[in-house]
Design a protein around this ligand. Structure first.
Ligand code: ATP
Length: 264
């Protein structure tokens, strides 16, 4: 589960560059829930993910992950609970290390296991099975440097790595945005499969209205640091892309007060 209580993030407070990126937002995702986050540029989507992961300091509020208060934990310690895949396939894995070494690092994350132990033969055989499932033929070439792989291959492996650690929370920040449509489809399909199979709680940022409705169980829209729309169940099932676009138009064109946005 993920719970964000009265979360506020202000960058450069008290300076001419002050920017209130998140304004007292609250949100709870139950175990196994999969929410897509949409919103226009600067809405606060990445800041929300960054604050949950521990990269962005809070100005106020509290964050719970898997029933643990992580508000004061540094990002390294939160890695026990949280896995991430970024938009840039080069982030989140080490291009100079081999596939096997990257997988060993992922497996050691959040565990009392050393890198060397994680690289043992038994472990390699286990992850080989997981990689062969991808159907990319990478399992026979585990000594290949991660940096030599295509963006789609790297994102697919990043998803495998995310499921090797004990964490049950997965944060995805536009993780298919840099891929061509075929690879994006492949990685999205993998995301769905892994989320279901491992019962992950997922927060996925996307700019695609289609993905926001097709992926997961919930669609949340941020606008200027507020949650202005949160749909799940039958409400979400009936939504169309046009409905989401109408929401965007409404908040962009109308001069709506902050109070109205929060209620809307
Ligand atoms: N490190 C930072 N320092 C100062 N301001 C920041 C910082 N990071 C983000 N911001 C500001 O906070 C606001 C929210 O940014 P954020 O990156 O979370 O938006 P986003 O919804 O992810 O946007 P996009 O869709 O463009 O990626 C923006 O106004 C941005 O300029």
């Amino acid at each position: 589960m993920i719970e964000v209580q009265n979360l506020s993030i202000t960058f450069n407070p008290g300076t001419p560059n002050e920017r209130r990126a998140l304004k007292d937002i609250s949100l709870r995702l139950e175990n196994g829930e999969f929410a897509c986050i949409i919103g226009s540029n600067g809405a606060g989507k990445s800041t929300l993910l960054g604050s949950i992961a521990g990269d962005v300091p809070l100005s106020g509020g509290r964050i719970m992950v898997s029933n643990t208060d992580v508000t004061k934990l540094p990002a390294e310690q939160r890695a026990t609970y949280i896995a991430r895949v970024f938009q840039d396939p080069l982030l989140g894995s080490c291009g100079d290390l081999s596939i096997a070494e990257n997988l060993a690092l992922a497996s050691a994350r959040g565990r009392r296991r050393t890198f060397r132990r994680a690289l043992n033969r038994h472990y390699i055989e286990t992850v080989k099975g997981r990689i062969s499932e991808l159907g990319l033929g990478l399992e026979d070439n585990l000594s290949q440097p991660m940096g030599s792989l295509s963006g789609g291959q790297r994102q697919a492996l990043s998803l495998v790595m995310a499921t090797l650690s004990p964490s049950s929370v997965l944060l995805l920040d536009e993780h298919t945005a840099a891929l061509d449509p075929r690879n994006a489809e492949f990685v999205l399909d993998l995301t769905k499969r892994f989320a279901e199979r491992y019962g992950l709680t997922v927060l996925m940022v996307t700019h695609s209205m289609r993905q926001a409705l097709d992926m997961g169980t919930r669609t949340i829209m941020l606008h200027e640091g507020n949650i202005i729309f949160d749909a799940s169940g039958s409400h979400r099932k009936d939504l169309t892309i046009e409905d989401l676009l109408a929401q965007f138009r409404r908040v962009r064109n109308e001069d709506i007060s902050e109070d109205r946005l929060l209620v809307g």
